[in-house]
Design a protein around this ligand. Structure first.
Ligand code: ZN
Length: 488
């Protein structure tokens, strides 16, 4: 009995214990569930506000049922949908803003390009550029610029302030003196530099004065144009340079851009290069053997001037670069006599590359003979031999040209009526159509098959010995470099 009672008691005790365990289990499970719900709600609402937190606490106090769970899930779904929609809207707005900014940037770029083209008198290309832009009609900035360009174009006349090509100046220079203390150091070639060279500061002042008077640089190929005749043949006629009525076109050339050996150490650049920005430039050797790249001769000095005076160049025109061949080209010794040089092939490649870039920038090349002789007094055979040499040594590197610039400015003929000689026939056969001598004032002869155009020297001799000849172009008192000595 005792044993039974004892057993019953134990059973009851065990039952009670398991009941307690069961109740505790249920409470624990409920607690865990509540905790899970709270954390789930919190996860679903990362940016919950104070209000949300209070609601969540209230919800977690409620008894969890399957219906409640579903409601909560639905609420959560709706909330995340709302958030997704909001995110999508924000993304769309951001994209729209980016697109507007991109269009604005594109428009500014086109406006700038069009203004640059119009500044260089290339109105048609400027107009075309604007009209190629989708939606230009509705853009007020584009419309204003179009009206301005159309008005400027309408006032342009052939040859601007001039009535014909006969008034167009063709001016020329040799290598510019970059360091006057070296050029005018009283050594044996100082006087030669004083006669035939111009200093960089003089050149800069000349360009400024010409710009101020309305001069505009044009290509020699703009001055005349090839026109088809009624019989189908082609003939040169006056060009169609269209400029505002106060502008005066002029042509510019530079002779002997070879950087000859005799100029070493005399304050000149040593060769033409392309600088790190892809712009034609010059290299100058310093006394310590190092070198600098920059504006040490006409080409880069003019490029720098044009950067701030884009209306000084007609449709991207630059100057003519006249080269001989007996000491290579552009400062590189590419002549046959230098073929033993270890850099011979490399130098040829450099000349090709530099010339290519220069042409892209608008510079043109001219033949200045191979050996720099008097082409009037030389024999016919020599002229043929010399021209072939130039074509082979220099033409093969800088490309074809139809411009022949006479050494010493001495024409092959003195005849003013027109060329008749065998020399002309030979040069014509080699492709030359433009023949340039030297004269104190503008002179041009436009024939059906060729053009003769003389050039005015703007060197020390012209400035010091014949200042009256330059009076129409410059106030020489402001031009002449104080470092320049008296002519001997
Ligand atoms: Zn020369």
């Amino acid at each position: 009995m005792n044993k039974e009672n004892k057993n019953n008691k134990e059973i009851k005790k065990e039952k009670k214990v398991s009941k307690i365990i069961l109740v505790e289990g249920v409470i624990l499970l409920t607690l865990i569930l509540c905790l899970l719900i709270v954390s789930a709600v919190k996860r679903a609402q990362p940016q919950d506000s104070k209000q949300n937190r209070i609601e969540n606490e209230q919800e977690s106090n409620q008894i969890s049922t399957p219906e409640n769970e579903k409601e909560k899930e639905k609420e959560q779904e709706k909330e995340s949908e709302r958030e997704q929609k909001l995110e999508e809207e924000q993304l769309l707005k951001q994209k729209q803003e980016e697109e507007i900014a991109r269009r604005k940037q594109e428009e500014q770029k086109i406006l700038e390009q069009a203004k640059f083209l119009a500044a260089g008198y290339d109105y048609d290309t400027a107009i075309e550029l604007i009209q190629s832009y989708d939606g230009y009609e509705a853009n007020s900035e584009f419309q204003t610029l179009l009206t301005e360009i159309e008005a400027k174009k309408a006032e342009c006349v052939p040859f601007g302030a001039y009535s014909s090509s006969a008034q167009v100046n063709h001016i020329f220079f040799h290598s510019l003196i970059a360091d006057t203390s070296k050029a005018f150091d009283n050594d044996y070639d100082s006087n030669g530099y004083n006669y035939y060279m111009t200093t960089i500061s003089e050149f800069q002042e000349m360009m400024q004065q010409m710009y101020d008077q309305g001069y505009v640089l044009v290509s020699i190929h703009d001055v005349v144009q090839l026109v088809e005749q009624e019989d189908g043949t082609m003939a040169y006629k006056e060009g169609s340079i269209l400029l505002p009525p106060d502008k005066k076109p002029f042509v510019l050339s530079q002779d002997d851009v070879n950087y000859y050996d005799y100029m070493d150490g005399d304050g000149f650049a040593s060769c033409m290069v392309i600088d790190e920005n892809g712009r034609p430039s010059t290299k100058m050797l310093l006394e310590d053997g190092s070198y600098v790249i920059g504006d040490y001769d006409l080409v880069p000095v003019l490029e720098t001037f044009l950067e701030t005076h884009p209306d000084f160049s007609y449709r991207g025109a630059r100057g003519l670069i006249a080269l001989t061949g007996y000491e290579g080209a552009l400062g590189y010794r590419t002549d046959p006599a230098s073929k033993d040089s270890p850099t011979y092939e490399q130098d040829k490649e450099t000349v090709r590359e530099v010339a290519k870039v220069m042409k892209e920038w608008g510079w043109e090349f001219a033949c200045h003979s191979n050996g720099h002789r008097n082409m009037q007094t030389c024999t016919d055979e020599f002229l043929v031999y010399d021209t072939n040499n130039w074509l082979e040594n220099v033409g093969s590197l800088v490309g074809e040209t139809d411009v022949y610039i006479f050494p010493y400015g001495i024409d092959i003929e003195n005849t003013i009526s027109g060329y008749k000689s065998y020399k002309f026939e030979q040069l014509f056969e080699k492709g030359f159509r433009f023949y340039c001598g030297v004269f104190k004032e503008p002179w041009i002869q436009v024939r059906e098959s060729y053009i003769r155009m003389t050039r005015r020297p703007l060197d020390g001799q012209a400035m010091l010995q014949f200042p009256e000849r330059l009076a129409d172009l410059f106030d020489l008192s402001k031009v002449i470099d104080p470092a320049r000595p008296e002519l001997k």
